[in-house]
Design a protein around this ligand. Structure first.
Ligand code: AP5
Ligand code: MG
Length: 195
């Protein structure tokens, strides 16, 4: 299995690039943000609870997202690999993911971290907020709160994988195609090394 974490702050392009990468590399896309928004749309108890955190730009509790990922890993047991987008986002989530993948004997192959300046992140998210209907995109205060939460709780997750020498940084500014080419280059070199 080839398991990839696409890492980066809110608005860095994880979702945009994931859509392209899963097609090219035949990976199963697992985005906790997408899964949570589908729970919200379905007005499930989990969704109603999660929305309270998401609307404030805060992370939802670890046990909620770990449970969602754990059941997704069971559901899609015969895929070529997973692309994790927006997960893990805390050290606790990273440890839980490592354990779940250990059971499958399929550890994380690489973490690719998209680097984008804060100014560009805010610009992208405010622009999307004009049309997306995402309540966490349409105001500057919530966007800033998401970035603060990222710097405090999520950025340390990269250190976790850095210790295992699994992190690659890629510039997340430029055209979507340019970034996709840079990501593909990194993945191709790793896939060839494994072949
Ligand atoms: P989540 O849905 O994961 O959102 P996020 O990480 O805050 O950020 P986005 O998904 O908005 O950004 P992205 O990096 O995917 O960029 P995108 O491609 O969309 O999480 C939402 C909330 O759910 C969290 O705040 C939290 O509450 C909760 N949550 C989710 N996972 C959790 C977890 N594991 N633990 C706890 N809580 C969790 O692009 C952004 C915009 O930029 C788009 O409009 C796009 O068109 C544009 N864009 C993309 N690339 C470019 C480019 N190269 N140039 C210009 N514009 C671009
Ligand atoms: Mg996203």
């Amino acid at each position: 299995m080839f398991n990839l974490i696409l890492f980066g702050p809110p608005g860095s392009g994880k979702g945009t690039q994931s859509e392209k990468l899963i097609v090219k590399y035949h990976l199963k896309h697992l985005s906790t943000g997408v899964l949570l928004r589908s729970e919200i749309n379905g007005q499930t108890p989990l969704g109603i609870e999660a929305k309270k955190f998401m609307d404030k730009g805060q992370l939802v509790p670890d046990e909620v997202v770990i449970g969602m990922i754990s059941s997704a890993l069971d559901t899609y047991s015969d895929v070529k690999g997973f692309l994790f987008d927006g997960f893990p986002r805390t050290s606790g989530q990273a440890e839980a993911l490592d354990k779940l993948l250990e059971l499958k004997k399929a550890p994380i192959s690489v973490m690719i971290a998209l680097e984008v300046t804060e100014e560009e992140l805010v610009k992208r998210l405010l622009k999307r907020g004009q049309t997306s209907g995402r309540t966490d995109d349409d105001n500057d205060t919530v966007i800033r709160a998401r970035i603060v939460e990222y710097n405090k709780k999520t950025a340390p997750v990269a250190d976790h994988y850095m210790k295992a020498d699994k992190v690659v940084m890629v510039k997340g500014e430029g055209s979507v195609e340019e970034i996709f080419t840079a990501l593909s280059k990194e993945l191709d070199s790793r896939l060839n090394a494994n072949a």
